[in-house]
Design a protein around this ligand. Structure first.
Ligand SMILES: [Zn+2]
Length: 333
């Protein structure tokens, strides 16, 4: 059986199985992630005062937790206001966590949190230098995955369970897609994985043929990889809802190149391995909606006017996005 025939069979299997997963099994097997997604979708359309109250409540909970469980923060938050009295306006009074501190004092920072059930060690890709080691709780993984799902749902008519193709792949990510187990997992999740780090220019035409045979509703990838695939596409991908471009700065010429070649709008995403999604572009293409449950950026740096998509969360707008994105990152790099 040819590679293209295998891809077609995978597509047919994936369509059948993913309906069962997302329709029946997902709410039971991944209940935490599903509940997180429902909460995130409610936040999108909540009035600003509700969002403000939610941010302050979560911040107070986080402060109380950090004081109680982290020797590092127990020391550094000694002079900060009591958690119960803490307001968003007090944020500048908190110490900034530098990446080097995270690298050198992780165990002291995480305290006994690292011993909780379900906690896993994670590392950043190291694309900006030395990788950062972290501990991810199950709750963190649920909310991060849900935030990615929320981003996908911003892409026109895409819905969970539809076919997705990924041009992605640090070693950390690609491991889960290798071998029989990885193939079964990808079929169940209705996705096709191209290891971006293993792609070569002379193999792009084969990749494009597989991509076309898979007929994805959504393509997700690094900006530079998507641009290379775009140059190899001889005609648009039929039935594509959108292309999520991430991990690198998306320039206007790259956006035009990718949109024209793939035949679908591009959605810019800014995320990090350390904190997950930071901001995601919606179908109105008028800035990136900020992950407002965990980020409370300076109101002067964002656009809080109503978005045509109806979501009420503040946005990073094109005029200042590159610099602003740096400023809202969760910790100083
Ligand atoms: Zn919007």
């Amino acid at each position: 059986m040819s590679v293209l025939s295998v891809t077609v069979v995978r597509r047919q299997l994936g369509d059948a199985v993913s309906r069962l997963l997302y329709g029946f099994a997902d709410p039971v097997l991944r209940s935490g992630r599903r509940a997180a997604l429902q909460s995130l979708l409610r936040t999108d359309f909540a009035p600003p005062e509700t969002l403000h109250g939610q941010q302050e409540r979560l911040l107070r909970d986080l402060l109380a937790h950090a004081r109680a469980s982290s020797p590092w923060y127990g020391e550094r938050l000694r002079d900060a206001p009591a958690a119960a009295d803490f307001r968003l306006d007090d944020l500048p009074r908190l110490p900034i966590l530098e990446r080097s501190e995270l690298q050198d004092h992780l165990d002291e920072i995480s305290g006994n949190g690292q011993l909780r059930p379900g906690v896993r060690v994670a590392t950043s890709s190291g694309s900006s230098g030395t990788p950062v080691r972290l501990y991810h709780s199950r709750e963190y993984r649920d909310w991060t995955a849900a935030a990615f799902d929320r981003g996908y749902l911003m892409c026109r008519s895409f819905r969970l369970g539809m076919r997705r193709a990924f041009f992605w792949g640090s070693e950390i990510d690609s491991r889960a897609h290798r071998g029989p187990g990885g193939t079964v997992r990808d079929i169940v999740l209705n996705q096709l994985w191209f290891d971006a780090f293993a792609l070569r220019r002379d193999g792009l035409s084969d990749a494009v043929r597989r991509l076309r045979a898979f007929r994805p509703a959504l393509v997700v990838g690094y900006v530079s990889t998507l641009a290379e695939v775009a140059r190899a596409l001889d005609q648009p991908i039929a039935g594509l809802d959108g292309v999520v471009a991430a991990a690198e700065t998306l320039t206007p010429p790259e956006r035009t190149l990718i949109e024209t070649a793939f035949g679908a709008p591009v959605f810019d995403r800014y995320a990090t391995r350390e904190v997950g999604t930071i901001a995601h572009e919606c179908e109105a293409h008028d800035g990136l909606h900020i992950e407002s449950e965990k980020l409370a950026p300076d109101q002067l740096t964002v656009d809080s006017s109503p978005c045509a998509c109806g979501r009420k969360t503040p946005r990073l707008v094109a005029a200042n996005s590159t610099e602003t994105l740096r400023r809202v990152a969760a910790y100083a790099r």
